[in-house]
Ligand binder design. Structure first.
Ligand code: FAD
Ligand code: EPU
Length: 346
């Protein structure tokens, strides 16, 4: 039988994180067939430790080298499992590239994922922080998540409710070493209800002369907006939004709204909370376009930290801490990083 994993010793991770910061792992294991994970996890190089799972590295900041080996799932199979009249279930391996998957489902005539076009990374990472954009979160389309639990050697099939999805959060994000997501099943629609309410989306769609929007048209509009707003990691290293939009008590939000009427505010996670725009809070403190050597803030978006070339992960983390301090001092609001920080505590 073939080797269950491709193994690289002293692996260079610079090309495997979209910040493009230098980092090395003692070992990198690349596993194509998830059913052979148990053999790989038993390898002596791991010495019983759980490896750091890496997808496209677009939501990771290496503040220092990972102390443990790194493991990537590289399986890329996509299967259409159940052809119903209205809904179709599509199962994709963890290693499938997310944007390619979205475009594949649209080409099959299936809608649901169109607002999530052009998010970097893999299918396997999509449930980790419940990726979201342009008014849609992936939890709305997830039917179930297949996840291997190294501690028990069990392969679970978790339904949507079991995943404890919330804004940029899930069971998997809360316990990052507990599960390895091996595949995700999505429930997609042959006749999707298009979601056009996110600010600017409808305008973008109709500005191009569209009269009868389709799911593919929505994806194209989302792609166009994203290309204007967000730096392309292959040109300027970044991990998308560096901070989550903070969810605060409604009383604090109302006091801030009275003082700063232009501060954007959204529904929180219940009647007593509101979500604030982290980008606005940071922008108002003058950080947009700021640069300390190669660590900076994108000129096009205050929420995106960027690596202009040779910034280290710890320099980016230091800048992030100073940004969060300035927001806390001015507004009394704590910002939390969205990417997983490896090798340092926030
Ligand atoms: P990685 O960065 O490799 O990993 C992220 C986390 O998931 C890590 O904790 C890792 O250990 C864990 N993980 C990865 N794969 C697995 C697995 N198979 N099993 C268990 N754990 C795993 N995010 C949004 O939500 N919305 C956006 O609009 C958005 N826009 C972005 C734009 C840009 C330009 C960039 C660079 C990033 C953006 N992101 C966005 C963040 C990022 O793309 C997503 O979080 C994405 O899902 C990360 O996928 P990845 O494969 O790169 O994960
Ligand atoms: N804004 C500023 N300054 C800026 C940019 C934005 O003040 O430089 C204000 C504007 O008022 C704007 C508001 O912030 O209306 C919201 O901006 P945007 O629409 O860009 O959304 P965001 O809240 O900054 C979130 C997600 C993105 C996602 C977009 C679109 C988070 C942390 N970020 O950004 O996700 O693509 O909405 O839905 O929730 C990511 O998670 O990595 C990510 C890129």
């Amino acid at each position: 039988m073939s080797d269950p994993a491709r193994v690289t010793r002293d692996a260079d991770l610079r090309g495997r994180n979209t910040f493009g910061v230098a980092a090395r792992a003692p070992f990198l294991f690349e596993v194509a067939d998830a059913t052979r994970l148990p053999e790989t996890l038993d390898r002596p190089e791991l010495a019983g430790r759980t490896p750091l799972i890496i997808g496209g590295g677009s939501n990771l900041l290496f503040a220092s080298d990972p102390a443990v080996p790194v493991l990537a799932l590289t399986g890329r199979e996509i299967i259409t499992i159940d052809e119903g009249d209205e809904r179709v279930r599509v199962r994709a391996d963890a290693g499938v590239e997310w944007h390619a998957f979205v475009m594949h489902t649209l080409a099959l005539g299936l809608g649901g994922l169109e607002n999530l076009a052009l998010i970097p990374g893999t299918v396997g990472a999509s449930p980790i922080q419940n990726i979201g954009a342009y008014g849609v979160e992936v939890r709305e389309l997830v039917d179930s998540v297949e996840a291997f639990e190294p501690a028990t050697g069990t392969l679970h099939r978790l339904d949507r409710d079991a995943c404890a999805f919330a804004y940029r959060d899930s069971l998997f994000k809360q316990a990052p070493e507990r599960f390895i997501v091996t595949a995700v099943e999505f429930s997609l629609s042959r006749a999707p209800v298009l979601r056009l309410d996110y600010a600017g989306l409808r305008d973008e769609l109709y500005a191009n002369g569209c009269t009868a929007p389709t799911a593919r048209g929505v994806a194209d509009a989302v792609i166009a907006i994203r290309r204007r707003k967000l730096p392309d990691p292959s040109v300027l290293g970044n991990a998308g939004s560096f901070f989550k939009n903070p969810i605060v008590p409604a009383a604090l939000a109302e006091a801030l709204a009275a003082e700063y009427p232009t501060l954007p505010m959204f529904r929180g996670n219940g009647p007593d909370t509101r979500k604030l725009s982290a980008a606005w809070l940071i922008d108002s403190q003058g950080w947009k376009g700021h640069r300390d050597g190669d660590a900076g803030v994108a000129p096009s978006h205050a929420l995106v930290l960027v690596n202009h070339g040779d910034a280290s992960g710890s320099q980016l983390l230091d800048l992030a801490r100073r940004i969060a301090d300035s927001v806390r001092q001015r507004y009394g609001v704590a910002l939390e990083p969205e990417p997983r920080v490896i090798g340092a505590k926030w």
